[in-house]
Design a binder for this molecule. Sequence first.
Ligand SMILES: Nc1ncnc2c1ncn2[C@@H]1O[C@H](COP(=O)(O)OP(=O)(O)O)[C@@H](O)[C@H]1O
Ligand SMILES: [Mg+2]
Length: 345
Amino acid sequence: MSDSLIRLEHVGKSFVQKGRHVSAIEDVNLEIRPGEIVSLVGESGCGKTTTGRMIAGLLAPSSGRILYSDADISTLQGAERRAYRLGVQLVHQDPYASLNPTQRVRQILAAPLTRHRLVRGRDDLEVRMRELLHSVDLTPADEVLGKFPHQLSGGQRQRLSIARALSVRPSFLVADEAVSMVDVSIRISILNTLRRLRDEYGLAILFITHDLALARHFASNGRVGVMYLGRLVEFADADELVRNPQHPYTQALLAASPPDPLSERHRPPPMKLRQDDIPSLLARPSGCPFHPRCPEFQEGICDTAVPPLVPLTPGHAVACTVRTQAYLDSVTPSGLLRLDSQIMP
Ligand SMILES: Nc1ncnc2c1ncn2[C@@H]1O[C@H](COP(=O)(O)OP(=O)(O)O)[C@@H](O)[C@H]1O
Ligand SMILES: [Mg+2]
C-alpha cells in the first residue's frame, strides 16, 4: 500500500476536433496524498479541467490509469465505486451552471444527504444542513436555507457549491477555477475557508487555476504542478517553485504574474518569448511542446525528443532537456572541477 489518495499514472486523453484525434493530455503522472494541497496551474486550454474531470471520474482517460486509494478507478464496482464517487468531489468554476435555479438551498443540500442516506430522519437532516452552511461560512443558516441560488451573491453561491460537495463527506476535492468568477475581495476569504476545511477534515484539495500567484498562495504549504499543452512541465513545493523555477515556461509565467509582495524578491526579469501564441492541439509541436516559444530553444535537441519530467533535486521535477543537462553539468565531477578552477588562484 502506498500513501497516495489519488495517483495518475501515464494518463493521456485525446478528443476529436475537426474530425481529427488530438491529444489534449499526455503522460501525466501525479500523486496526491491524504490532506495534501496541490495546485495545478497553466494557461487556458492546457488541460487542467480535463485532468480534474478525469480524476473526478466524469471523463475516462484514453491511456494510463488513475488510482484512488491504490485501486484503478475504471475497475471499481459496488461499494468501492460508491466510496470513490462520494470520496472525490468536484467544485466547478461556475456555480450558476451547477446549481438548480428552481430549487431552494434547503432542497439543494437535502438531496445528496437523503439520496446517499447520510442522515437519520428530519431532525438530523436539519442539523446537518446547518452544520454544512456553517462550515463554509454561509450564514445565517436559517435565512440562507430558504433562498434560491439567484438570491445569493456569486461568492455565496460558490460557498453553497462547496457545502454541497462536502455533504457526502469527501476525502478529496477538485476545485476547478473555483474562485475565478468571484470578486477579488472575496476570493481570499473563500480560499481561507477551503484551507480551514483541509485543516479540520483532513480534506485533500486539487486547486486548479490559471493564476500562478493564486496557485502559490493557496498551496503555500503544498505543491504546485505547472501544465503546458497537456503535459506537466514542472512540479515542486510551492515556495521552491517560486524561488527556484527551472522550466523556462514557469519563469515566463512568474515574470508575467502581477506583483506579489511576498514573492517580489524572486520575480525573474521579463522574458521575451520567441512567439506569444499557444500552439493549437491540431498542430502540436514535435519534441518539447514549449519549444516554439522558448527563449532557450536549441535546435536538434528541443524539437526532437519530448523531455520527460525528471527530479533535479528531491521533490523538484522539471521536463526540460536544456535545464536538466545544465544541472547535470553543474554537479558532475567535470562541472565541479570547473567551479574549483574558478575559485583557485
Ligand atoms: N469535449 C472536448 N472535445 C474536444 N476537445 C476538448 C474537449 N474538452 C476539452 N477539449 C480540448 O482539450 C484542451 C484542454 O482543455 P481544458 O482541459 O478545458 O483546458 P483548461 O481547463 O486548462 O483551460 C483544449 O484544447 C480543449 O479545446
Ligand atoms: Mg478549465
